[in-house]
Design a protein around this ligand. Structure first.
Ligand SMILES: Nc1ncnc2c1ncn2[C@@H]1O[C@H](COP(=O)(O)OP(=O)(O)OP(=O)(O)O)[C@@H](O)[C@H]1O
Length: 247
């Protein structure tokens, strides 16, 4: 199963330089952590892969099938960077609605929404309206939304931002518990928290991929003498520095 962006160009404004230009990327198996400074293009890459936006040039495909088809949308889950609460919907209704939009029937979506909320430990908030949830709780609702339809590819935009340390751990356990050939691309600034969990690390800067490889290769950039638990963070900083890029 391969999700691929081939020679994609995408810009938000016609008169401005595109954010991604002739950009190609193939999502490897397992968990890939996407790192990069603010404005590097991480969210843009995730939105194109999620088929939320369409490239002005190039193709986005899953096993050769084009993005935008219902099969593609069903197979690919996206958690946006900003989860917008819907005041009229409860947490369970919100997650079920995502499932329904992804092609599930109402009964399945309703049932799976509860299961997904249990996974993110929000069983006690299923009937709470989404505008009454805290920022961290709302992000967990977003994670539940990405899990609800049993997607084969999860695209998660800063899923742990605003989560407390315990919930970040619950989230890591959810990732470890994914079974079968589920591929995950996850953008984060919590380098220390997630990069060492990953199978692969992609670092973006200025709309290009600065580094892409397995986590061991990424960690070879860690300077000697780095404190335990800081290896990923130090490797990231060193990598940017060695390429003349300020983090
Ligand atoms: N809706 C938009 N309209 C215009 N420009 C945008 C829009 N969204 C993003 N951009 C621009 O596109 C570039 C890439 O942004 P993107 O959100 O993909 O970066 P990012 O790596 O996800 O950043 P961050 O870590 O801050 O979330 C930035 O220069 C940003 O200003």
């Amino acid at each position: 199963m391969t999700l691929e962006l081939s020679n994609c160009t995408y810009g938000y404004r016609r008169w401005k330089r595109p954010v991604l230009e002739d950009f190609s990327y193939a999502l490897p198996d397992g968990l890939t952590v996407l790192l990069g400074p603010n404005g590097a293009g991480k969210s843009t890459l995730l939105k194109l892969a999620a088929s939320v936006t369409t490239p002005q040039k190039g193709r986005v495909t899953l096993d050769g099938g084009s993005a935008g088809t219902s099969a593609y949308r069903r197979a690919v889950a996206w958690m946006p960077q900003d989860i917008v609460p819907m005041p009229t919907l409860t947490a369970r209704e919100y997650v079920a609605y995502i499932g329904w939009l992804k092609g599930m029937n109402r009964a399945d979506a309703w049932k799976q929404a509860r299961k997904a909320l249990l996974k993110v430990e929000l069983a006690d908030q299923t009937d709470t309206r989404t505008n009454r949830l805290s920022g961290g709780q709302l992000r967990r609702v977003g994670v539940a939304g990405a899990l609800v339809h049993g997607a084969r590819v999860l695209l998660l935009d800063e899923p742990t931002a605003g989560m407390d340390p315990y919930q970040r751990r619950v989230f890591r356990d959810i990732l470890r518990g994914l079974t079968g050939d589920v591929r995950v691309l996850l953008s984060t600034h919590d380098v220390a928290d997630l990069a060492e969990e990953a199978d692969h690390v992609t670092v973006m800067y200025g709309g290009t991929v600065l580094h892409h490889g397995n986590t061991d290769t990424f960690l070879t950039h860690t300077p000697p003498g780095t404190l335990a638990g800081r290896a990923a963070e130090a490797a990231y900083t060193e990598l940017l520095r060695s390429r003349g890029v300020a983090a």
